[in-house]
Each structure stands twice: as structure tokens, then as C-alpha cells.
Design a protein around this ligand. Sequence first.
Ligand SMILES: Cc1cc2nc3c(=O)[nH]c(=O)nc-3n(C[C@H](O)[C@H](O)[C@H](O)COP(=O)(O)O)c2cc1C
Length: 393
Amino acid sequence: MTARVRRARYLFITFTDTPTLDVAAFLRGDVRLGAAGQAVALSVLRGQAYPLRDADLELLASVQATAWTDAGAFVEGRVAELVDRGLLVSDADEGEAAALRLREESITESNWQPYGLLLHALTRWSGVGEEAVSLESGVLDATLAEFVDRYGPPPPALTHRAGARIELPLESASPLGELLARRRTTRVFDRERSMELSDLAGLLRWTFGAHGYARAHDDFVGVAKTSPSAGGLHPVEAYPLLLRVDGAEPGLYHYDAGRHALTELRRLDMPHAEDLAARCGAGQPWLRDAAAIVLLTARFERTFWKYRGNNRAYIAVLMDAAHLSQTFQLLATERGIGALVTAAVNGAEVDEELGIDGYAEGALALLACGPGAAGPSPLQPDFAPFLPRETEL
Ligand SMILES: Cc1cc2nc3c(=O)[nH]c(=O)nc-3n(C[C@H](O)[C@H](O)[C@H](O)COP(=O)(O)O)c2cc1C
């Protein structure tokens, strides 16, 4: 039984229109649907949306978030449900209610700004399967035709604005430009071929490793990495999940950038390692065939230490992860290794596997790499060359 409760600190309420019978019309013998506003609570602590009754709204409005209220004044069942949904926080010292309170404490201590927090919490997937990414594999086949039939064509690939134009010289590609142009997403990995540990080491070192440092204060050391990072804070961590890497056992590791080493978190046999790869990546089947997956998390508390209450800070962390992904893919391209990035991750499950709470540190995305299989595949469309001003789309 819950003794004391307070309103959850981070709680958002929205409304949806729910269809209702138009009673006045019904009495005239006419069946018509009207719409009534339905309050919906967006629970940060559960990452779920819950419809609210009027009595719930009143109860939530009648307690404070910053002080405890004796729960005895309320109907016990209602309080228990609101606590379970993470809309009220209880002072229980064990069980799920205590876990939700600890989650809220971690969120507060990590300096989350509410808007970024709402996005992070309500998009933290668990149990999402292959359907979420079916379009990735269907971009050039019948799925696309059905999609266009249903929704019409997408906005155009390239855009023009009216106005005077200065035609720019067609600079030829530098070696870096050529590397950039060769980068392609690999979705068909060759399961028969493993990856050299030295290749993985190169990808990790030059993507996630530090190559310089600056002590700006007795208590603040910044490191230089090959990608930019908001505030120079480099909050993104890399957790390799090794499947087929010569000289390393399959399992889950942490990349220790300071020592340029892999710290073993858990050995896995191959079927479990492959299942975990697919499960982390929302069921994308091609992830099973990669030589290695790199799970990307962010230590939000590091970036939010500086960007306190800043409503763009979460966006900045996502951008950090995106830069690292491009760096990783370019390094893989340079070595002739296939690579892929995806934001379709079951973040809540990745967090659990890694033993992190999702808020001080939480999953963002994953990378996959390994030898690509030869030959064309509908999973990897061929692009014809495009030349500005000559190619008409
Ligand atoms: C943020 C982001 C998310 C992506 N998610 C997926 C994904 O879930 N599954 C996948 O197979 N590819 C994913 N991709 C790869 C894109 O499909 C790919 O970059 C795009 O089709 C362009 O092809 P290219 O990378 O070969 O140039 C993602 C790429 C980005 C940048």
C-alpha cells in the first residue's frame, strides 16, 4: 500500500478527439458520430501514453510535484494505477514504484530539459520488430509502388528556387571527395567471412578514440576526436557486439578509448550474439550477418552538465552520434569494409543489456560492419552516375 505520493516531475498532457455517439441526433433517429476531447498523459517514466479520466486529472492537479501528500486521502486503486503508470511517484522503498522513483531521480540529476526528455522517453523502443524498417528493404520493389499508390509521390529529390543563378565550377573530387562518393550503406554482409581485429581496431580508434587533449581547468579535460561534438564534450560511447571478428570471442564489449581496449561485458555464443544483434536493431535481419555491431549510447549527463536546461541539447547529442556514424562509415569504406547505421533501435532493451539506466546514459543508434557480399541485391540499390546540369531527373 502506497503511503505518500507526489506528482511526477516530468508529466505532459495532451488531448485526442475520441469518437462519440451524437446523442441529440440519435434521439431524432439519426446515427451520427461526434467527437469528445480525451485527456492523454504522456508518461516520461514509462515512455507510454495513457488516457486519463477526469478524476485522474483532478487528482494529479491536487498534489504537488515537489512535496509529498498522504495517499490516504485518495481512492487506493486510482493512486496505485497512477503510480504504476509513472504519473504519480510514491515513496515506497521497493518494487516497481521505487524503480520509477529512482528513474526520476536519475533524470533530474542528469539535468534533462523537459522537451528533449519527452522525445527521448516516448521514443525509447522496446520489442519493436522488423515491420518498423520494412521500407528500408522495399525502396525499389513492389512495396514502394503500393506506398506511392496510397500516399502519392514524395516531395522531389532535388529542389530549385526562383532567382538569378551563378553556375558553379565543377570541381573534380579530391581523394576525400572520392572516398565520400564511394560510401554506401551495406545491408548484405558475407557471413562466411570474418573481419580482422586490426580493422575493427582502426575503425574504433579513428572514430571513437581520442587523439588530443586540453586541460581547460583543474577539473575539466577536453579530448579531441575526429568528429565534432557539441561543447567538445564527446558524450557518445561505443559498445561493440562482436560476432565474427578474428582473434576476439563473440560477445558484448565496451570500447575503452583511454586504453584503446575492448572490455568484455559478456561472452555470447553465436546464436545468442546474432539474436541480440537483430533484437537491438528492431529485428533487421541483415544485422545477424554483420561481423560486428557497435551500439552507440550517450552519456547525457556529460553534455547536460554544460547545457543545463537547454532545449536544443538533446538534439546536439543526436547530431554528435550522426557525425560519428559518418566518420565510421568513411573509415570502413576506406578499408573496403561494409557498414550501416540505423536509428531503429530497441533502446530500452539495449540499455538493459548494457546495464545503463537510459537517462544518465542511454542508447541512441547502432552501427554494423563487416565484409559485404559480392553481387547486386534489392537491399542495396544501384545508383547511376549523376552530373549536375547534365542529368535530368
Ligand atoms: C539516421 C539514419 C537511419 C537509418 N536507418 C536505417 C535502418 O533502419 N535500416 C537500414 O537498413 N538502413 C538505415 N539507414 C541507411 C539509409 O537507408 C541509407 O543511408 C540510405 O538509403 C542512403 O543510402 P546510402 O547510405 O548507400 O547512400 C539509415 C541512415 C541514417 C542516416
